[in-house]
Design a protein around this ligand. Structure first.
Ligand SMILES: Cc1ncc(COP(=O)(O)O)c(C=O)c1O
Ligand code: FES
Length: 511
């Protein structure tokens, strides 16, 4: 253990107790948080990364970048920081080690984590809630003949209640799934197939900037004979309500529009979409993976009929999600998984108690601390954005007002995004969604906003979350400023811009 560990441990515990003091949780004591703190493991980056830290510019990036570009067009495997020292450490300290890996606060061995849209670290309180159901309380929640089943079932129903509470739903309307991908598949395919059986309605409306799992579900439905309208977005990333209204036909059975976009953080006009759908008797599904637990949502106020939720975007475990399915007026859908009829017959299969209970706890914390988290994240986001935009030729992608502040997507003109990501290896960032991050293609979301290939290529998404600190933002601002400047100095285009040449007037020779 390093010599700073005891101080760090005390500090971490202090942070824990301060954050949790006002909650009922304080009474039960944060076991995991405390054990991490006393082992000196759970350190917030701010404690050891002073804001005046020197940023070393990695001058090897150019050669590395060239090499991998010339090979497969794939990102090289080493971008995720080797941590051999840490791995050894982890193996030598069972228990604490595993949990240490589940947190992201070990400055010095791991990059600063600013990729909260890809996933969030589990809140230690969530781990606490899950642990008993991984050991002694292992009953099958569907077993009705003994206490093992009953106790697990009871905890799952409590979790369902917490998730329902977070979005203003009734617990009976919450169906556990494996994640938002499954919930999106279930909603889009399920409603469409049910209505097709009825013979009349075979048209769906969605939007070009949806997550791949919605778009791909729609493509599959097209193969099955459905018609799909992919609405464009305006340059601010929002849909045009008049276009949505015009797209609704008598055969339309479903409108699927996400609440918060995962790449640019824009918040679609949910109330208006819901009102329009209800007036036209069309079901309204929303992918809420990036919105639930982050902004206040009420399915009744918004007239939402189906909503997809993901556990790992709300500081809960991966591999679990939920789908809100309205009961009044009842939403009918064909299940995509058949079997024992669990989850109101909509999603068969034995539930995963530790994951469901973890997600429930994550939802409970989100509801209880939303105001606090939201204030902190907004403040950090404003600082980050102001700092980034003070660099010349830098722009925010997506609407500034209708925007979830924890997602800041910025274009740095005259810098290639992949080069910048490589130059920022000490910060875990992404240029877009995790599932497309291996591709060097410009983001289809930014292209839909009308961004040029170059602008889309020069964009980076900064994801701020519950555990992000001021010092991390300071460090990131300093690092980005230095490295953008460094990369621009290598760019011949930048040189021309500095000389006052308008690049649009140049006639490039064709070869
Ligand atoms: C908007 C959106 N929808 C769906 C998903 C998929 O969620 P999950 O990983 O729970 O399947 C994600 C994240 O990956 C997302 O950002
Ligand atoms: S599945 Fe997570 S970003 Fe695409």
């Amino acid at each position: 253990m390093s010599s700073t560990a005891p101080t760090a441990a005390r500090q971490a515990l202090r942070i824990c107790s301060r954050r949790y003091a006002s909650t009922a949780f304080a009474r039960t004591a944060p076991r995991v948080a405390a054990s991490l703190a006393t082992s000196g493991r759970r350190r917030y980056v701010s404690e050891t990364k002073p804001s005046n830290a020197t940023v070393n510019v990695d001058t090897t990036i150019k050669a590395e970048h060239k090499a991998f570009l010339s090979q497969t067009g794939q990102r090289p495997p080493d971008v995720t920081m080797p941590t051999t020292a840490m791995a050894a450490d982890v193996m030598m300290s069972p228990g604490a080690g595993i949990l240490k890996q589940a947190t992201v606060m070990d400055e010095g061995t791991r990059p600063i984590y600013l990729d909260m849209q890809a996933t969030t670290p589990m809140d230690p309180r969530v781990v606490d809630a899950m642990l008993p159901y991984m050991t002694g309380m292992y009953g099958n929640p569907h077993s009705r003949t003994h206490a093992y089943g009953w106790e697990t079932d009871q905890a799952i129903e409590k979790a369902r209640e917490h998730i329902a509470n977070l979005i203003g739903a009734d617990p009976k309307e919450i169906i556990f799934t494996s994640g938002a991908t499954e919930s999106n598949n279930m909603s889009v395919k399920g409603v469409a197939r049910f209505f097709k059986r009825g013979g009349k309605k075979n048209h769906i409306i969605t939007c070009q900037t949806e997550h791949k799992c919605v778009l791909d579900s729609c493509r599959h439905l097209q193969d099955e004979g459905f018609q799909v309208t992919y609405l464009p977005v305006k340059s601010n990333g929002l849909i045009d309500m008049a276009e949505l209204e015009a797209a609704i036909r008598p055969e339309t059975c479903l409108v699927s529009i996400m609440t918060v976009n995962n790449e640019i953080g824009v918040v679609q006009p949910m109330d208006e979409i819901g009102r329009l759908c209800r007036a036209n008797k069309v079901f309204f599904h929303t992918d809420g993976a990036q919105a639930v637990g982050k902004i206040p949502l009420d399915v009744n106020k918004m007239n939402v009929d189906l909503m997809s939720i993901s556990g790992h975007k709300i500081y809960g475990p991966k591999g679990i999600g939920a789908c809100y399915v309205r009961r009044r007026p009842r939403v009918r859908l064909d299940p995509i998984i058949s079997g024992g009829g669990q989850e109101r017959g909509l999603r068969s299969g034995t539930l995963a108690p530790p994951l469901s209970i973890g997600m429930g706890e994550a939802a409970r914390i989100c509801k209880e601390e939303m105001e606090y988290d939201s204030k902190r994240i907004t403040r950090l986001s404003n600082r980050l954005l102001e700092g980034l935009l003070s660099l010349e030729h830098t722009t925010l992608n997506g609407d500034r007002e209708r925007h979830y502040p924890g997602c800041v997507n910025v274009s740095f003109a005259y810098v290639e995004g992949e080069s910048l990501l490589m130059a920022l290896k000490d910060i875990a960032l992404s240029s877009g969604s995790a599932c497309t991050s291996a591709s060097l293609e410009p983001s289809y979301v930014l292209r839909a906003l009308g961004s040029s290939d170059e602008s889309a290529h020069s964009s980076i998404r900064f994801g701020i979350g519950r555990f992000t600190t001021d010092d991390e933002i300071d460090y990131v601002l300093k690092a980005v400023t230095e490295r953008v400047t460094f990369l621009r100095e290598l760019s011949p285009l930048w040189e021309l811009v500095q000389e006052g040449v308008d690049l649009n007037t140049i006639e490039w020779s064709q070869h």
